[in-house]
Design a protein around this ligand. Structure first.
Ligand SMILES: [Zn+2]
Length: 100
């Protein structure tokens, strides 16, 4: 996997009330031919979702810096799993699938 920097944001106060539903759509409009950050599948208007790096349940907020765009399947699969744990699981799966 390419090197990348992840910035998650934890908010120690009242959570920012911002809807995340439009985030994936806006992201796709600005970044055409994007891929899922976890499984690398191609993203489109149907499968793209916004995922929280730090889950809301763990004190994460809806700021853009806490959001990544991934496919619906990965979003469901991750649930509230830690971001770095999940991405390393997916990375291993991906490499196995690609090279074995
Ligand atoms: Zn995915």
């Amino acid at each position: 996997m390419e090197n990348f920097v992840v910035i998650g944001l934890k908010y120690n106060g009242k959570n920012v009330k911002r809807r995340t539903s439009g985030f994936a759509k806006e992201f796709l409009e600005e970044n055409k031919e994007s891929n899922c950050i976890y499984c690398n599948c191609e993203l489109n208007a149907e499968n793209a979702t916004a995922d929280h790096i730090i889950p809301i349940s763990d004190g994460g907020n809806n700021c853009q810096v806490n959001l990544v765009v991934c496919c619906q399947d990965c979003n469901n699969e991750r649930g509230n799993m830690d971001f770095s744990t999940f991405i390393s699981i997916k990375k291993n799966t991906r490499y196995k699938r690609d090279f074995i």
